[in-house]
Design a binder for this molecule. Structure first.
Ligand code: GDP
Ligand code: IMO
Ligand code: MG
Length: 431
């Protein structure tokens, strides 16, 4: 059975956690393929709130197998904490597995992330300080430590020794910081290995078998298109391939295993960390959106920068990801606004452009069309026909501009606060 992919189309935090959880109900597997615990995916069910960083957002359903794929970088300390938190909230995590080939985030990666950011000063990226970039750097440098290395203490010892000796040179000579103790890191990680050992699997064969046994597989993207290492707003990006293209390399499957590419966008736009954001609103309207949308990072608690929906970047994201259906979230957040703006062109150095530039600059400005607000609470509407007229106009404009159908509109954080716009199509895709 061909599989579905969920990806974020903006700068992250579009509501991938909420939507993946919703769709997991009809999935046998939910699989993460890139990123690490820089993600924060929120799920809200009645009065329970969960934030997942590494564990796929299918974990709330006890029958769903949740796999952290080979393309993910795994901080075992964070993963164990997450497992314990979930168990303490009554969630069964026995179906959570991790890939042998995934690379491990070590304490020196977290430190390097922090020291490098500090050294960059006003040019810093605004990373999550979780060590994601340095872990991927070691992977590419072919000195990384993989999950499977934890299962062979001799190999682990040798690899860790090399890495700590090397990193300690950098810490002491370049950053003038304290060196790390090999012994304490070694002992710490051996404990993690013991705790996680029964969850470590060969993901490649597992997924191929699942596919041939017609299992329903959902791939859950982390971060989002505009943070993609190759196609995002470089250098203000994360360090993995966040697009649908990353699924194949991230879990070891061919492209023809994939069927539907579902893109998620907020009804407006946010960004955490530094870097260009052409539609950013730096006034009380931006503040109002932040308050109403509770736009504070799920991982770092930083206030998210807020802005208007940007259709130029959204079209670019849909194009690269091969999106065939859209899901729009947080439409309820715009309900109190008099005017809602949508960016349809950019102005840069006095030129008007209608594409997403490869060298996007901080001085890029959005050119907008205005929509009248609907000024009505929509968070308890469950059928499209009951949405206010102005709200439908906004939705229709987005669909027409992108030439894509919106499958579902999310109008609140709770699992059930949704409007399924095209019920039969929705059921066809997700059952
Ligand atoms: P993710 O990283 O894409 O999974 O998104 P996050 O969980 O980091 O951020 C999305 C935030 O918006 C979370 O706090 C969600 O609970 C919340 N959320 C998701 N969908 C909606 C919605 O339609 N309306 C409102 N008001 N909140 C939502
Ligand atoms: P989810 O999956 C929003 C941002 C950071 C920073 C940049 C690089 O919850 O949507 P990194 O630590 O990855 O090296 O930081 O990427 N970033 C995110 N922003 N949502 C995320 O994940 C993010 N993961 C990383 O803020 O700007
Ligand atoms: Mg998030």
């Amino acid at each position: 059975m061909p599989s579905n992919v969920i990806v974020g189309l903006q700068w992250g935090d579009e509501g991938k956690g909420k939507i993946t959880d919703l769709l997991a109900k009809n999935s046998d597997y939910v699989i993460r393929y890139q990123g690490g615990n820089n993600s924060g995916h929120s799920i809200h069910i009645k009065n329970h709130y969960f934030v997942l960083h590494l564990i796929p957002s299918g974990v709330i359903y006890s029958g769903v197998k949740c796999i952290i794929g080979p393309g993910v970088v795994i901080d075992p300390k964070s993963l164990i904490q997450e497992i314990q938190n979930l168990e303490s909230m009554g969630i069964n995590t026995s179906k959570v597995f991790l890939a042998k080939r995934a690379h491990i985030t070590m304490p020196y990666h977290r430190l390097l992330d922090q020291y490098q950011e500090e050294a960059l000063g006003d040019k810093s990226i605004g990373t999550t300080h979780k060590g994601i970039g340095p872990t991927y750097v070691d992977k590419v440098d072919r000195i990384g430590i993989r999950v499977l290395d934890l299962l062979d203490l001799k190999v682990f010892y040798k690899k860790l020794k090399y890495n700590i000796d090397f990193k300690n040179q950098i810490f002491t000579k370049i950053f003038q910081r304290e060196p790390l103790s090999f012994q304490s890191v070694y002992e710490e990680y051996i404990e993690y290995a013991k705790i996680l050992s029964n969850r470590i699997i060969d993901v490649v064969y597992e997924i191929h078998d699942a596919f041939h046994n017609k299992k329903r597989i959902l791939f859950e993207g982390a971060q989002a298109m505009l943070l993609d290492l190759n196609y995002g707003t470089y250098p203000y990006v994360t360090t993995s391939s966040t697009s649908t293209g990353g699924v194949c390399t991230g879990v070891g499957i061919p492209p023809n295993f994939l069927k539907n590419f579902i893109g998620i966008t907020k009804a407006y736009c946010t960004r955490v960390g530094f870097g260009p954001f052409p539609t950013e609103i730096n006034n009380e309207i931006g503040d109002a959106i932040r308050q109403k949308g509770n736009e504070y990072g799920a991982t770092t608690k930083r206030p998210r920068r807020c802005g208007w929906l940007d259709l130029i970047s959204l079209k670019y994201s849909c194009m690269i990801n091969g999106i065939n259906y859209l899901i729009i979230t947080k439409l309820d957040v715009l309900s109190e606004l008099d005017i809602i703006k949508v960016c349809i062109k950019y102005k840069c150095d006095n030129k008007i452009i209608q594409y997403f530039p490869s060298n996007i600059k901080q001085n890029l400005e959005g050119i907008y069309i205005d929509f009248p607000g609907w000024k009505k609470d929509i968070s308890h509407i469950y059928e499209y026909k009951y949405l206010p007229k102005n709200c439908k106009k906004y939705i229709k404009f987005i669909e027409d501009y992108l030439k894509l159908e919106i499958l579902l509109i999310s109008v609140g954080s709770e699992r059930n606060q949704n409007i399924i716009k095209n019920e039969s199509l929705f059921l066809e895709i997700f059952t």
